[in-house]
Ligand binder design. Sequence first.
Ligand code: UN1
Length: 503
Amino acid sequence: MDIRKETASLLERLGVKAELLSGGDMPVFSPVTGERTADLTTIPAAKAREVIAGAHQAFNAWRMVPAPRRGELVRLLGEELRAAKADLGRLVSIEVGKIESEGQGEVQEMIDICDFAVGLSRQLYGLTIATERPGHRMMETWHPLGVVGVITAFNFPVAVWSWNTALALVCGNAVVWKPSEKTPLTALACKAIFERAAKRLGDVPASLLSVLIGDRAVGEVLVDDEKVALVSATGSTRMGREVGPRLAKRFARSILELGGNNAGIVCPSADLDMALRAIAFGAIGTAGQRCTSLRRLFVHESVYDDLVPRLKRAYESVSVGNPLETNALVGPLIDKAAFDSMQRALGTAREKGGAVTGGARVETPHTDAYYVKPALVEMPRQVAPVTEETFAPILYVMKYSDFDRALADHNAVGAGLSSSIFTRDIRESERFLGPDGSDCGIANVNIGTSGAEIGGAFGGEKETGGGRESGSDAWKAYMRRATNTVNYSSALPLAQGVSFDID
Ligand code: UN1
């Protein structure tokens, strides 16, 4: 197959102009073969600031459009995504290396959030609040916020954009998107899909959605520009440590979705067949490149010798290969840097007494593509590198005897995104979900750490950054709340019984 040609023809079908794809200063590669698929042109900082100013004008107009009408745009976006699902999913597979069902699944997640946001566009509810003063009414109103900057990572190049954008649009905001340098082509495709939806609605302000192709410097423009009211950033904790304080300095809002070092606990009563499948998908799926991937596993000593050998067999037999041409369950790592950091972590784990199954490079004809066997590492205890997130398919397995100790170890890492317990004992599961249980933003029972639905709020605590995106009431972060007190009486009573009579 000719990956460059297929990329070009997919992009053409998706509506991206061919002239955008060549002659630029930013090469784009597919991890599937390591080949170059396009050369895009990056935007200079000054031009990026102009784009943001344009987005601000779009916001000024869009905020006056009634929310259900804004929802109609998102409904059309959902329709266009349904029509483009096969092509966009395939492009995700080319650009990220996901297997087919995961590439398609990512687009399904976009369609789902559009449906959610359409309903939401008629449900941006505010409260009416009891007031202590007679002849008064107190209420909350929710208003559009401004320009929303969206910074996305390579691993979910389009779904995370859609979570933010579908909500931001119904909330009355304009969006400026800086995709990962590793996955800009899917961003151009989303922009073209959005433009079709906007054209069908008619009357959509120009620049309601903009895409900034560029590197870190462009991201910094977005973070520092006063016209950007909120930045929703997905990426490493290191990135969040830089972005968070910069936004705080100018009192801008942030939604940070950073690293995960997600764990599972397998208890004595667990359904081991179910646990096995859930663990395998969580740890091996997407080549361990989800922020929700399962990275640590605590297994009770009574089931360890049953579960772990079965897991190792699954690791040894899992098919790794070209996701575009084979039915492999595991595609490539994103690049050489990812491969190197995986090998470094495995080296350190071995030094600390870890017994490694898998982890070696799988040779293919493509020397610049990095396929690996997923690695299962039996560790004597939880020490570095177990305590750090390595964005690769490494699962550290540890034996436990005491539930409290396992729970303490579970929480004893910096990140706090997702977590799971496998048990049929309600005391254990409720404890895990309770106030002294898992300290993560996502805590599951008898399902894995990854593959969350869009209906729930998505995000995590501690070094994961505290942001919430997607479902539930995450929309509130994309609006500003006003508390309104209306006096319809002929007197002016002051709150708290204060007297202040002037002659
Ligand atoms: C991410 O890896 O950044 O829960 C997002 C999941 C997906 C989203 C992952 N729905 O695994």
